[in-house]
Design a protein around this ligand. Structure first.
Ligand code: SF4
Length: 80
């Protein structure tokens, strides 16, 4: 399991999540951030820090945001 960044991050990119992540799992994309599920250690620090509530644990991603699970994984890989 990992945490996932969803649509409220679009054009928001507050970046508080990047500052609190202890393992640098969060990467900056063109218009939002993405979490690398292979690096994330499920600490939940980013979920609490996000001012627009864009971050969910994979199991709690809302139905309409499910596509972001795969998108985070794909985009994170493109940065590595
Ligand atoms: Fe980083 Fe923790 Fe968020 Fe995973 S849950 S991306 S380890 S801050």
């Amino acid at each position: 399991m990992a945490f996932v960044i969803t649509s409220p991050c679009h054009n928001e990119q507050a970046a508080e999540c990047v500052e609190v992540c202890p393992v640098d799992a969060i990467h900056e994309g063109d218009d939002m951030y993405f979490i690398d599920p292979d690096v994330c250690i499920d600490c939940a620090a980013c979920e609490t820090a996000c001012p627009v509530m864009a971050i969910f644990s994979e199991e709690e991603v809302p139905e309409e945001e499910q596509k972001y699970i795969q998108l985070n994984e794909e985009m994170a890989k493109s940065f590595t």
